[in-house]
Design a protein around this ligand. Structure first.
Ligand SMILES: [Zn+2]
Length: 164
């Protein structure tokens, strides 16, 4: 049967843990807090403190992730509002930039929310570089309508396949 830990049950356990982490010596702590022994402190430091630290770190990480999520959400809202304004003003270049920014935020949000589950596959069709390259290719082919049409059809097929 496990012995009760006088440190874990101590009313000042949080404080004792903190001074332990800060590197205070066991005798120092024993002399400072009522009703604890060096042996109990040693056992607590060895067996209980690491688990507490891991837990504290997890809580911290969850808090940080939450915080990040809030920040990205704010960023997304901002990008969306810029996008709307640019659209209304007919500033298509800025609007495009806004779409890109918004898309980045949404991806990050999805990732943070675990929806992407860290999938490593990259969808090239959603890649902004591909989108602009695609535009360049199609524009270059404008003097050759037949070839252009064929390319558009082939691309459409490829994109449909990739989506389904
Ligand atoms: Zn303990």
């Amino acid at each position: 049967m496990a012995r009760k830990c006088t440190i874990c049950e101590h009313e000042k356990v949080e404080e004792i843990n903190r001074v332990l982490i800060e590197g205070a010596s066991l005798s120092e702590i024993v002399s400072k807090y009522f009703g604890i022994t060096k042996a109990a402190l040693f056992r607590h430091k060895k067996n209980h403190l690491p688990a507490k630290l891991i837990k504290a770190q997890e809580i911290q990480e969850v808090a940080e992730a939450d915080n990040l999520l809030t920040q990205v959400t704010l960023l997304r809202d901002k990008a969306l509002s810029i996008l709307n304004k640019a659209e209304q003003a007919g500033d298509l270049k800025t609007a495009l930039q806004g779409i890109r920014e918004t898309k980045g935020c949404l991806e990050l949000l999805a990732k943070l929310q675990g929806e992407l589950q860290e999938r490593t596959e990259i969808n090239i069709l959603l890649n902004p570089q591909w989108v602009s390259l695609r535009t360049v290719i199609l524009r270059t082919l404008e003097p050759y309508p037949e070839a252009r049409l064929k390319l558009v059809q082939a691309l459409k097929e490829a994109e449909d396949n990739a989506v389904n």
